[in-house]
Design a protein around this ligand. Structure first.
Ligand code: BGC
Length: 246
């Protein structure tokens, strides 16, 4: 079997599993540790190491990371400790003997998984995946090709602040608004993205995709909108697929 450890680093949890790259399915159980607060590189490296130890793993590891990632280096830190900016993620997480860590943006990883194994399989047009969690992540594809680090959670919204501060799950929880109210805001956000990109398909991922049926009727874009098929495992699966290609 062709299995690689995929680890999805999030602002609230770090989740890992062995991924069978032939089928795009998790191989065995998934293991999660809470993201340390503050989420400094040293504290996160220790949590990442717990996951590697749980699987008793040596070899290539794929990592989805919640920031702009270029050549393995974090270039932003919207929902994590600012000490990450400029740090090489592969080096911070790859200290354990026998492991080599390849990092990419978490939403790009989730998008790659959905395009390869999930709801986006065979989609040739313009596809925009939005992950809805503590922040909003985005992954843009045209004819199956990824345009990395699009960061559409940070399009400027009211009062010049990032959209994710108004319509992520994190914002819904912080502002204590109902899912119905949140979904109207989120719909405005999707309509805005539709004006900018005219996608054929929106894929909604992250934790909020589980509740898709409760708010789908509130979404009014011309483009189709589908929930991610791999749900919250897309980031783990895509991270493993990314590492396998390096
Ligand atoms: C970050 C993105 C990330 C998204 C989801 C945003 O705040 O800027 O890089 O993909 O959160 O984690």
């Amino acid at each position: 079997m062709n299995a690689i450890l995929g680890i999805d680093v999030g602002a609230s949890g770090i989740k890992g599993a062995l991924v069978d790259l032939d089928s795009g399915r998790l191989y065995g159980e998934r293991f999660r540790v809470p993201t340390p607060q503050p989420s400094t590189p040293d504290a996160m490296a220790a949590a990442f190491g717990e996951i590697v130890d749980f699987f008793n793993y040596e070899g290539t590891i794929g990592c989805g990371f919640p920031a702009i990632v270029k050549n393995s280096t974090a270039l932003s830190a919207a929902n994590i400790d600012h000490g990450w900016i400029g740090r090489n993620i592969g080096e911070v997480f790859g200290k354990k003997g026998g492991t080599r860590v390849f990092a990419t943006n978490d939403a790009d990883a989730a998008g790659m998984a959905e395009m390869r194994y999930g709801i986006g399989k065979g989609e040739e047009g313009l596809v925009l995946l939005i992950t809805i969690g503590t922040g909003l992540g985005s992954a843009l594809f045209y004819k199956g090709m990824l345009v990395p680090n699009t960061e559409l959670g940070h399009v400027l919204w009211k009062k010049g602040k990032s959209a994710e501060l108004y319509c992520s799950s994190g914002a819904r929880e912080r502002m204590k608004i109902s899912r119905k109210e949140w979904a109207d805001r989120f719909n405005d956000y999707l309509l805005h993205l539709e004006r900018l990109f005219t996608p054929d398909l929106f894929i909604l991922g992250g934790g909020e995709s589980k509740y898709f049926d409760s708010y789908r009727a509130q979404l009014t874009t011309k483009a189709r909108v589908e929930p991610a098929k791999l749900l919250n495992n897309a980031g783990i699966i895509g991270a493993a697929a990314f590492a396998a290609e390096q």
